[in-house]
Design a binder for this molecule. Structure first.
Ligand code: NCD
Length: 320
């Protein structure tokens, strides 16, 4: 098998074969975790969770994953709680974390911050979301959810609805999809929230078949998967634009019942605001809580992989 990436900054740090291998490893992680409360494969190692931006699922699932593997965790939440608030350079904070920890998991409001950290630190760095740029571990969760529920990613028609301009989960998912062969991807957003030109060029260069459209109603009946994201309010350059965009798209049960294929799968990285109506939760389309539940096994698998205990995890799963 190919090289093992130590840092995971972009979903494109992986080949398709490596992603498939991580999916398999996530299954082993689930199997092992079903039988034992703790896997103890990385006892004595420390993970730094440096979250300089709000997070619920990503931070908690990373923290649970680290602890299940037996690691100690050092959790930093928010710039206000660190010396960054006193004017310390991010580079110095990273150097310090690198000396205390064997693995650095970072979320930061600036695009490129995870790459910057990886260049400084000797420990492997996992990007838990950098600005509007990427969120590769969420993409592993998203792709695995699709694979499990639809049996494949290739050949599917996938709609991505909402703020595709500023949502990093969308940037990573689109890049990840270039490693597969979906039949078609619809990017559904108000015209002023289209993907950025640099990403558009990259997706074209990589041969992804995609189309940018304004309204969900025009394409919903074609979709096998609908991936919804909230407006990334904190990344809007101007509050007026946010006011204009607010409430411009909402998925409701009625819309799904009227137009969707019976086996349409609806995903959302969460948190949702008002773009995904609560009425959708009761439909058979809703898969976002299942999606969130895969966060732990995927991250256990990924950490085992970058920390070099993949074989031990497989053995644990086999014996348990
Ligand atoms: C996403 C994020 O932080 O980019 N959340 C997550 O990790 N599941 C999505 C979002 O904030 O909208």
């Amino acid at each position: 098998m190919g090289r093992m990436p130590r840092d995971v900054i972009s979903i494109l740090d992986f080949t398709r074969a490596e992603i498939e291998r991580l999916f398999e490893l996530a299954e082993y992680a689930e199997l092992a975790l079903r039988r034992r409360r703790k896997l103890r494969l990385l006892e004595g190692y420390t993970a730094a969770l440096a979250f300089f931006e709000p997070s619920t699922r990503t931070r908690l699932s990373f923290e649970v994953a680290c602890k299940k593997l037996g690691m100690d965790t050092l959790v930093v939440v928010g710039e206000a709680a660190t010396s960054l608030a006193k004017g310390e350079r991010l580079a110095d904070t990273i150097r310090m974390l690198d000396s205390y920890a064997d693995l650095i998991i970072i979320r930061h409001p600036r695009d490129g911050a995870a790459r910057f950290a990886a260049e400084i630190a000797d420990a492997p760095v996992l990007n838990a979301g950098d600005g509007a740029h990427e969120h590769p571990t969420q993409t592993l969760v998203d792709l695995l959810t699709i694979r499990r529920l639809k049996g494949r990613v290739d050949g599917l028609t996938i709609g991505i609805l909402g703020d595709v301009r500023y949502a990093r989960t969308v940037g990573s998912l689109l890049k990840g999809l270039t490693l597969f062969s979906p039949r078609k991807v619809y990017l559904i957003s108000p015209p002023f929230l289209r993907i950025r030109e640099s990403l558009r060029i990259e997706l074209k260069r990589r041969g992804l078949r995609f189309e940018e459209v304004d309204t969900l109603a025009d394409v919903i009946s074609e979709l096998d998967v609908l991936y919804v994201v909230r407006l990334q309010r904190e990344r809007f350059p101007d509050p007026e634009l946010y006011e204009k965009a607010k409430g411009s798209y909402t998925v409701t049960r009625e819309l799904l019942e009227r137009h969707a294929k019976p086996d349409l799968v609806v995903l959302h990285p969460l948190p949702r605001v008002d773009e995904l109506d609560l009425s959708v939760d009761q439909t058979k389309h809703a898969a976002y809580f299942y999606q969130a539940s895969l966060g732990v096994p995927v991250r256990v698998a990924l950490i085992a992989y970058v920390m070099g205990v993949e074989r031990e995890l497989r053995e644990l799963a086999a014996e348990s």
